[in-house]
Write a protein that binds this ligand. Structure first.
Ligand SMILES: C[S@@+](CC[C@H](N)C(=O)[O-])C[C@H]1O[C@@H](n2cnc3c(N)ncnc32)[C@H](O)[C@@H]1O
Length: 348
């Protein structure tokens, strides 16, 4: 039922869309006399499991907490301050992607039906996908039980190590990763090949990843820039930990080698502080700077202690200059967000 056109008694501010461009429908709010049609597929495919105490408990080290299931596999904390930082990082990526949850060609008119979010973290992407696509079944998996309990009914979380064999009864039509550096020893074999095998023909894999290496286009970043020195040390620890911390630029090739087609790559720049002139980028940069300042201790403690043999005191002392370098607006450095999506061929 369309509302009446504006009459002499109604006025619109010029910024508002006139109401008569909308078509209202009330058919989903049923009256008492209306029958509700039952879904013939009346059972849930996935049952939720209760967590055993040992998985739910975290391990303490360096004054932080870490996952206890497959302990020692992921070297960044899972405590409230790291989870808050991840939420803020989520908001920054949301701004960079203009509110889009994915770039793979799904939409309200063409929704995904079975979605897997690997290394879901606090599960915000999975929850927002569940809200956006109520007809979809969304599964998020992670080593840490840090996901909310109150989620849309079509969203489920499981604790698992995604580098193990995957054991899902159905094929997915959308598989997703976001910010998973430090999770895998071999992302191609552990994630991209497995995703290919667990997608139905025509399904999509999308990876949204931020490599740790920074870039600069105008020569303002000296070779001894503090954050760049930190990145090199972080990479050295990553090599010893068998964790590739620069996965973004390789994903396109890995997808092609595994058999994906129709592969797209979009790369977005995230300034490391408020150095850009453009207001929106400046805002993103200032938020990113705060995120890096909050996160650098979490990124460093496990990696630099376990693999470079540094004490907590040595690490924290070395971070003073690293943090200070993030305030230097004369250095026009940025991180890159790689968004890569590809399709499993219909014939595969
Ligand atoms: C930086 S968080 C990102 C979370 C989320 N994708 C996001 O965008 O906010 C990385 C997550 O990967 C999880 N993780 C690390 N190794 C994993 C593995 N082998 N299997 C499953 N999850 C893993 C960690 O527990 C952590 O929650």
């Amino acid at each position: 039922m369309a509302p009446p056109p504006p009459s002499s008694g109604m006025s619109f501010r010029s910024a508002d869309r006139p109401l008569d461009s909308y078509q209202f429908t009330f058919e989903s709010f049923l009256e008492d006399s209306a029958r509700i049609e039952p879904d013939s597929n009346g059972h849930d495919v996935y049952d939720t499991k209760s967590l055993s105490d040992s998985i739910a408990r975290s391990q303490e080290e360096f004054g932080r907490t870490y996952h206890s299931y497959r302990a020692g596999s992921y070297h960044f904390p899972n405590d409230p301050s790291e989870n808050d930082r991840n939420e803020e990082q989520y908001a920054i990526i949301d701004m960079v992607l203009d509110g889009r949850l994915h770039l793979a060609p799904f939409s309200r008119a063409h929704p995904p039906r079975k979605v897997l979010d690997i290394a879901t973290g606090t599960g915000t992407w999975a929850v927002e996908m569940g809200d956006l696509y109520p007809e979809a079944e969304v599964i998020g998996t992670d080593l840490s039980p840090i996901q909310p309990a109150f989620v849309p009914p079509n969203v489920r979380f499981f604790i698992e190590d995604s580098s193990d064999d995957w054991d899902y009864p159905d094929l997915f039509d959308f598989i997703h990763t976001r910010v998973t550096i430090g999770c895998w020893s071999d992302m191609k074999a552990q994630i991209i090949e497995r995703a290919f095998n667990h997608l139905q023909p025509g399904g999509w894999l999308e990876c949204q990843e931020i490599p740790c290496m920074i870039g600069c286009d105008d020569g303002t970043m000296p070779d001894d820039y503090g954050w760049l020195r930190w990145v090199r040390e972080f990479q050295a620890a990553g090599q010893l930990a068998q964790r590739d911390l620069n996965i973004g630029p390789h994903i396109k090739d890995w997808m092609r080698e595994v058999g994906f087609v129709d592969i797209h790559e979009s790369v977005f720049k995230i300034p490391i502080n408020g150095w850009p002139k453009e207001v929106r980028l400046k805002h993103v940069g200032m938020m990113w700077q705060r995120n890096l300042l909050e996160g650098v201790s979490a990124f460093s403690l496990g990696m630099f202690n376990r693999f470079l043999g540094k004490t907590v005191e040595e690490i924290e002392l070395s971070l003073v200059d690293v943090r200070r370098s993030l305030f230097d607006r004369d250095v026009h450095a940025y991180h890159r967000l790689y968004v890569v999506w590809g399709r499993k061929p219909e014939a595969a």
